[in-house]
Write a protein that binds this ligand. Structure first.
Ligand SMILES: NC(=O)c1ccc[n+]([C@@H]2O[C@H](COP(=O)([O-])OP(=O)(O)OC[C@H]3O[C@@H](n4cnc5c(N)ncnc54)[C@H](O)[C@@H]3O)[C@@H](O)[C@H]2O)c1
Length: 343
């Protein structure tokens, strides 16, 4: 495939899927060719808005001649079927994070990817956030020296549950992002993880999920990582989330602060929910942010001009670490990562 228009299909048209549909439709040389959602009214609505075809199931969408790649945005525990459908049809795949909710499902996707040999990309958005990429580049040049510690923080708002409704956990929803970053920046595999957690805020409004996890990860090269991950910021607090990372090395430090978006809007009713200015910002209908870069990269992979910047194996490792984080908090004891979840 070279210069023709690249048609993409999107499966799952909720919070993320609609955003992908809009971005895909707005990028030059790319079009939204097909959509599928269990909610057919939602699929029809998106198809009409962007001139796409509705397919009754993921297999039919994946097999369509004008679909050159498939983006899977179904809920976290429903990635496997549409992902395997795309790969079995020989179509490049972009699957949202976490790659799956279980290692068995992730490995089924990996087996299908191995058989098909087409590019696979995972929606680990921080790998496309220019500040995180700049940090990794500085670690590569050696200007920070040897990495000693990595501290990450991703604390969201209880309003996350308006979409999630208790369907996933903090390690699987947020942990995969930060544990992937930690491993990426450490440049080594994790050997041990210990986590504690507490609950209160989402349970008080009816969702059976924890508030917060705090974890310590040791890596085989001696790097120590800490993570604070939660979604317990009160609903009416100004920031939607507060997050970032600090990397300390033997010759320097890198700090990324993601909490302040640099934009506030207030009315007599109070603050507007914080505006995202890094992940999926757009102006004049032009898609930007990390999501804009991620989609353009996916298209470059389909055209054979780039290779995926994050391997499926990295996403599976992030999932394994996240499940180990959960297991550690459950057991109240450290988990040895060298054996955990190995098939
Ligand atoms: N990368 C990021 O920053 C980021 C941010 C938010 C969400 N996500 C991820 O994106 C994925 C989707 O999350 P969301 O918030 O858009 O969820 P959502 O609940 O808003 O949307 C999910 C959609 O999938 C549809 N659906 C459910 N089961 C289906 C099935 N079996 N086949 C087809 N359609 C089905 C639903 O009808 C709904 O339209 C999740 O994996 C989530 O963790 C990633």
């Amino acid at each position: 495939m070279t210069d023709g228009v690249v048609g993409l299909g999107v499966v799952g048209l909720g919070f993320m899927g609609r955003r992908y549909a809009r971005f895909v439709s707005a990028i030059d040389g790319v079009r939204l060719a097909g959509v599928h959602d269990l909610d057919t009214a939602r699929a029809e609505e998106v198809a009409v808005e962007f001139g796409a075809t509705v397919y009754p199931d993921p297999d039919a969408l994946a097999c369509a001649a004008d679909v050159a790649g498939v983006i899977v945005c179904t809920p976290e525990d429903r990635h496997e079927q549409p992902a395997v459908a795309a790969l079995s049809a020989g179509k490049p795949l972009l699957v949202e994070k976490p790659v799956a909710h279980s290692l068995a499902a992730a490995r089924a996707i990996a087996a299908a990817a191995e058989r098909s040999g087409v590019p696979v990309l995972i929606g680990h958005l921080l790998r496309f956030e220019p500040r995180w990429v700049a940090a990794r580049q500085r670690l590569d040049t050696g200007q920070i020296g040897e990495v000693v510690s990595i501290s990450t923080r991703r604390v969201g708002n209880v309003r996350d549950q308006e979409v999630l409704r208790g369907r996933t956990t903090i390690p699987l929803y947020y942990g995969v992002h930060d544990l992937d970053v930690m491993r990426w920046f450490a440049g080594a595999e994790g050997v041990k993880i210990y986590a504690e957690r507490r609950s209160g805020a989402p349970r008080s409004v009816g969702y059976d999920v924890e508030d917060l996890y705090c974890a310590i990860v040791s890596f085989e090269n001696g790097v120590l990582g800490t993570a604070e991950l939660g979604w317990h910021v009160p609903a009416n607090a100004l920031a939607a989330r507060t997050s970032g990372v600090t990397v300390v090395g033997t010759r320097g430090l890198i700090r990324i602060e993601q909490g302040e978006t640099g934009f506030e809007s207030w009315t007599v009713d109070g603050p507007e929910r914080a505006l995202d200015t890094t992940f999926w910002l757009e102006a004049y209908g032009i898609p930007g942010g990390a999501l804009g870069l991620e989609i353009r990269h996916f298209v470059a992979c389909i055209r054979g001009r780039q290779a995926p910047t994050i391997a499926l194996a990295d996403a599976i490792e992030a999932l394994r670490l996240s499940l180990a984080m959960e297991a550690s908090a459950e057991r109240g004891a450290p988990v040895d990562l060298r054996g955990f979840g190995r098939s």
